[in-house]
Design a protein around this ligand. Structure first.
Ligand SMILES: C[S@@+](CC[C@H](N)C(=O)[O-])C[C@H]1O[C@@H](n2cnc3c(N)ncnc32)[C@H](O)[C@@H]1O
Length: 230
């Protein structure tokens, strides 16, 4: 069936389009609410197992670039498993931040040694700078991931500090393009060149882009790596 919109007033069409966009927004849940729920029903543990091969590869790329007793933070740390892993791998200070209260409650319930902050990004600010900023499967939940990458460069990292960030939702990973609708949360879809450009615009040097832990039907976690240059 073909729609003939020739005689429909323009403002009616505009109102209809705005209505569809509004309903879509209303149907979307906040990522932090969804992940709080995941923590309650134990889905964080499956996520930890699923992300482990990519994080292992990311840390193999990043750790040779920092000194042995580095300081670190994990953004969007979930239940805090990477915080504890970084501590085992030699971090002298490591902490995590996440906007899902139940993820933070879970992290605190299994680990009283490290600091886990409940904070909404990009607004939340750390109390110190770090030699390593790690983030796995977090950045694309933001409306403006490039802005967060700039903030990490300017405000979170020491001069010469390293960012390593991994994302599984990106334009070239076709299967991931249905995730926003499937999960019902906002995801910002960028292509590989746009992630790289965000690193360049933020001022990072020694930028590396990798796809790690690929397997049949999965082109790999897209990893961005760079050194802060203040
Ligand atoms: C896919 S999970 C990944 C968790 C963890 N990095 C891991 O690999 O297991 C994404 C995490 O980002 C957090 N998150 C999403 N948007 C956020 C925001 N704006 N501020 C803080 N945390 C956020 C969620 O609460 C969730 O725990």
């Amino acid at each position: 069936m073909q729609l003939n919109l020739e005689h429909v007033p323009f403002d009616c069409i505009t109102r209809f389009i705005e209505g569809v966009a509004y309903r879509r927004t209303m149907e979307q849940k906040s990522a932090t609410d969804v992940f709080s729920q995941w923590a309650i029903i134990g889905k964080d543990e499956g996520m930890e197992r699923g992300h482990a091969p990519s994080v292992k590869a990311m840390l193999e790329l990043a750790l040779p670039k920092v000194k042995e007793d580095f300081t670190a933070i994990d953004l969007g740390c979930g239940n805090g498993w990477v915080v504890r892993l970084l501590s085992e791998l030699g971090a002298s200070h490591v902490e995590g931040v996440d906007g899902a209260l139940e993820m933070i409650n879970k992290a605190n319930s299994v680990d009283t040694e490290h600091k886990y902050s409940h904070g909404f990004l990009p607004e939340w600010k750390p109390e110190m700078r770090f030699e390593l900023v790690h983030s796995m499967e977090f950045l694309y939940y933001l409306q403006d991931p490039a802005q967060m990458i700039s903030i990490i460069h300017d405000e979170w990292l020491t001069d010469g500090g390293v960012l390593v960030a991994g994302v599984d939702h990106y334009l070239e990973h076709e299967e991931s393009l249905t995730w926003p609708e499937h999960v019902g949360v906002h995801m910002t879809t960028l292509q590989i060149s746009q992630w790289k450009e965000a690193m360049e615009l933020a001022g990072f040097t020694e930028i590396e882009i990798h796809q790690v832990a690929s397997k049949e039907g999965f082109p790999g976690t897209l990893v961005m790596l760079g050194r802060a240059n203040h």
